[in-house]
Design a protein around this ligand. Structure first.
Ligand SMILES: [Zn+2]
Length: 113
């Protein structure tokens, strides 16, 4: 049986992929792929902008909490998008991103101000 290119080079390819994912470019690719998988629709340039914002924004756009990037807590930095249109909206903490609760919070805050 003839081996495919992948089968013949499996170890090298897997090693390369693992190494690539450790680089900044690899991490970015992985993150963007995940967003696309979740339904985000944006051009390459927009993706670049969203990623930069996601990486550099310090506070949640709704509640103002200091964002973390450990992936675990409620303050984890999240990319919020419209699930119907796929359009990017803002950078939020995980707690605000859950169940679109930020919409209610925002309305509440606006009514106070
Ligand atoms: Zn928040």
């Amino acid at each position: 049986m003839e081996l495919t290119y992948y089968q013949k080079n499996k170890d090298t390819l897997n090693f390369k992929r693992r190494e690539y994912r450790k680089t900044d470019e690899g991490k970015k690719r992985k993150k963007i792929d995940k967003w696309i998988e979740r339904g985000l629709i944006a051009t390459k340039e927009e993706m670049e902008f969203i990623y930069l914002t996601w990486k550099s924004q310090y506070h949640c756009s709704v509640c103002g909490v200091i964002l973390t990037r450990d992936g675990q807590s409620g303050t984890t930095c999240c990319m919020d998008h419209d699930h119907k249109t796929g359009e990017y909206r803002q950078i939020l903490c995980k707690a605000c991103n859950c169940k679109d609760s930020w919409i209610k919070k925002k309305k509440m805050l606006e009514s106070i101000i």
